[in-house]
Design a protein around this ligand. Sequence first.
Ligand code: SF4
Ligand code: SF4
Length: 381
Amino acid sequence: MQDLIAEAGKCVNCGFCESVCPTLPAAGFISTKGARGRVDLAKFLYNKGEIDPSESFYSCVDCYACLSVCPAGVNAGKVSEIGRMIVAEQGKAPEIAKMIVEFTMKFKNPLGVREKCAEWASGIEFGSKETLLYTGNMYQLMAYLRKFGSIRKLLGHYDSAIAHIMREHPSFTTMFRDLYDRSMMGRMSDYLRNIVKLLKQNGIEFGYLGKEEPYPGTFIYDLGFENEFREYAKYVSELFRSHGVRRIITIDPHTYEILKYIYPKYVNFEFDVIYYMDMIKIDRVAGKYAVHAPCHFSRYFDFTGYVSKIFDAYTEENPTRCCGGPDELLFPEISERISQKRFEELKSTGYPIVTACPICYANLAKDDSVMDISELLLKSK
Ligand code: SF4
Ligand code: SF4
């Protein structure tokens, strides 16, 4: 609560943040689903107001676009993150969030499909795990989320009831195993194999945990379950240690961020975390591309500038434009409106669209003009 007061208490109520918050128009301009509304609710919450702020905090996509325009330096995304921790601590998190956290704790994968997530690597030879390729199951899970998105459109408001039943009977997850989008899984497997090829072409030796590879626990943290996250991060770091891992190659922004910046706040994490593009030699690729910079990379470096070294990138003034992905689980309609708008913006440039995040890819791949950056990197060889 002290952190919430420190962050939200700086607000001078100017409303600038509303002009960039992607969830506000996507939610039909309901103010509590916009940046200023979230900060107002936080103030109300710590002033002991009787209120349920969960929809407001859980609908934030954590893009941090609000921070870039706030004259008082308030990060409404951070306010929402802290708010979710308070809501979860009070046991008021949405049923689907509780289900995802419980499954991840139990199966080390949000859907209990860890073994399936290793199939892309069939036939590939790996070396010592001292340097570990860690996919975090992220690319693979997008094929499941794509399928669930279409099923949820049929289920509508029964979501919570189903999540409640699933929590009571976690063994039902066995039915998820083959419930994925075949075409998306094919593309995601190709991208993972591209990355292996790029690393091998650069003479890098690395291992892979295969069916033992756990999801990194990002959902647990993002949904506000701090105590569970601490326990989960301890499990993952001990698993790395038991395999003699020293260096971890990450391949997506969410896994990179959580291992490099969040894990060390909760557990002993002595591993060297690297992004794969920083390990390979890249020559320039011909052609111009519209780059969708993942929000979670833009927090740490100028991603568009980074890829401009590889190809001519169409650039934007404000790189923090969300793909809508983080709302896919709890607010699919908001997610769909944000991703459609973002896709149309990128498409209007007339250039092929490039992403470097499996979540962005899954949300923006509305036609064949969208590709993962690994496809371009292979062309540079
Ligand atoms: S831009 Fe900053 S100061 Fe202005 S309303 Fe938003 S959070 Fe408050
Ligand atoms: S982080 Fe993004 S979605 Fe959340 S309040 Fe800020 S601008 Fe809105």
